[in-house]
Design a protein around this ligand. Structure first.
Ligand SMILES: [Zn+2]
Length: 217
């Protein structure tokens, strides 16, 4: 049996990080765990931290690092992660990274890799600003990779498609600036530990498994 594979994935919104996470998961048989899923699960299961998360979310407030860390701790303690995990969306800040280091050390575990999915800002802007959404049923299209059958109209419900504010070039550029500011300390931290592996985000989908195998060895 191969050794457990514990991976953190870092990458900007629109880099294709989620896709890479799922391919790694299939290749190596380890689950992807995302912060969003962990928070939702904790709330649904009514765990100790889940109740606190719920109180923040129902007020529409951001869940503080300390509470997110508690949820992640609960999740990492469950028994389905013996073969490892792929963390997508955590850590997102230095206090979260410090928590993860401490947790792993305490349990005598270690991270194998931090995969940094890279894509330059203009490519991301191009990718995301081609998205069109249906305000009625929520279906998402992409003018290049998943165009609607009839221009500007939702295949599913016939509503007129819109460019969401989040997908406007100026808003995307702004988000990327914020993302890079928050992420650089994490990249520095993991670089120092020698854990960073770069994975280009502009690879054609069908060649991703091969690329990831090469990156991960
Ligand atoms: Zn629709």
């Amino acid at each position: 049996m191969r050794r457990p594979l514990r991976i953190v994935l870092l990458g900007p919104p629109g880099s294709g990080k989620g896709t890479q996470a799922h391919i790694i998961s299939e290749l190596y048989g380890v689950p992807v765990i995302t912060t969003g899923d962990m928070l939702r699960e904790a709330v649904a299961n009514g765990t100790e931290y889940g109740k606190i998360v719920d109180s923040y979310m129902s007020r529409g407030e951001l869940v503080p690092d300390k509470i997110v860390n508690g949820v992640v701790g609960e999740r990492l303690n469950r028994s389905d992660l013996e073969n490892g995990f792929i963390l997508d969306g955590f850590p997102r800040s230095t206090p979260q990274a410090e928590f993860l280091d401490g947790f792993l050390e305490e349990h005598d575990l270690k991270l194998e890799y931090v995969i940094h999915v890279t894509l330059d800002d203009e490519a991301i802007v191009k990718r995301l600003s081609n998205r069109r959404s249906c305000p009625n049923c929520g279906e998402v299209y992409h003018l290049v990779s998943k165009p609607p059958k009839k221009e500007g109209v939702c295949d599913k419900c016939g509503s007129e498609l819109i460019l969401r504010d989040d997908d406007r070039p100026d808003v995307i550029r702004n988000r990327l600036v914020v993302y890079r500011e928050k992420t650089q300390p994490l990249l520095d931290r993991y670089m120092e530990k020698g854990l960073i592996k770069e994975a280009p985000g502009d690879h054609p989908m069908e060649r991703l498994p091969e690329l990831l195998k090469r990156v991960l060895g």
